[in-house]
Design a protein around this ligand. Sequence first.
Ligand code: UDX
Length: 422
Amino acid sequence: MKISIIGSGYVGMVTGTCFAELGNEVTFLDIDAQKIAAINEARSPIYELGLEDMLAGNRSRIAATTDYLEAIHTTDVTFLCVGTPSDDEGAIDLKYIRAASSDLGTALRSKEGRHTVIVKSTVLPGTTEQVVKPILEETSEKRAFVDFGLGSNPEFLREGVAVRDFMNPDRIVYGTGDEKTRAVLEELYTTFSCPNLATAIKTAEMIKYTSNAFLATKISFANEIGNLCKNLGIDTEEVFEGVGLDTRINPAFFRSGIGFGGSCFPKDVKALIAHAQRAGEEVDLLRSVIRVNDHQPLKTIQLLKKHIPDLSGKTIGILGLAFKPDTDDIRESRAIPIIGALLAEGARIIAYDPLAETATQAIFPAIGYADSAAEALKAEATIIATEWEEFEDLDYSGRIVIDGRNIEKAKKKAAVYEGVCW
Ligand code: UDX
């Protein structure tokens, strides 16, 4: 099939490249000429494990352009993969969705034959039909629009393993309003044997939000119970091992610690809360999920002050800045509120991360950055904020360590050791 991908960010690059790997012809479309030039040289504008090799391996099936007419007129299906950032109130900002839909609609005006438009960006229920569709209709002529299909096909990709996740999905959700659009999606995903679910468009949009909200809830639940277990002297890990063995519950996403970060969970849960509020629905549980997550990283400061009551002028090491290991992404990283709280206490900071120091410098230009984990560990006390594998190999003997991510070696060797939930 001939596919165009609008938006060459994280979702667009993984989706387009994987579709090319499955044998389709893919045209990437972006307003950023630099990204387009990179893709045409088989360089990916974003890093994702295995992506660049896959891009290079499928070069003959991949094109990239900034020209909407060229991309839309030479393809049959378009995936909308532009970003959906949050505004200041946590509500979702649709400016890129609106702009891309408008340009797409204009290009469709002069296109012959049927075209299918699939929204892959994470958008709140109702957006595809109430925002994207009217914009497309406004900018398309009736003639083009008569033969026009619209759908929602959310992604469930984890950063760092997104290519693997795309190629090995747990399920595929086809949110469509008509048979023809569903048939297009079914053909595109025909090689996958996982369960699939055909739903209404707004149901598909809601499945994405509900999945992320539930996983975030699981983490905040594990953290709340973990705090209680620590207080009562009970082994949190064993508790969740026992709980997770229930097939109705499942053991995944029960790692307690300092909470969830990243570009999806915090943003999506907050957007769902804002959406519910506008709909006049109270969502106490979701609000608590965010409240627990906001409070959880600050537990490390409480535990640290048990051992160093006055942090003013003290040097504290931070091990890990990325929101999770194997990425340089610091969006909503739990290390950020920890550093903020330490600075407010007058502490000096020496931070280490194998990939995320440059990104953190943009937010905290004045703190110290270490060249190695061992250097950050030399501080008067050290807080572990990300579970990088290399932190399992450090020499923690004689050190004061506050552990937000359950690093076994630190637990065994540190002179003073406090885990947040264990
Ligand atoms: C997540 C979802 O997994 C994915 O399906 C969705 O499409 C996008 O959001 P991602 O943000 O890449 O993916 O990260 P993930 O690996 O899910 O971790 C998110 C955060 O939760 C990290 O900060 C991680 O440290 C934290 N986490 C995860 C926990 O604290 N405990 C857990 O048990 C699992």
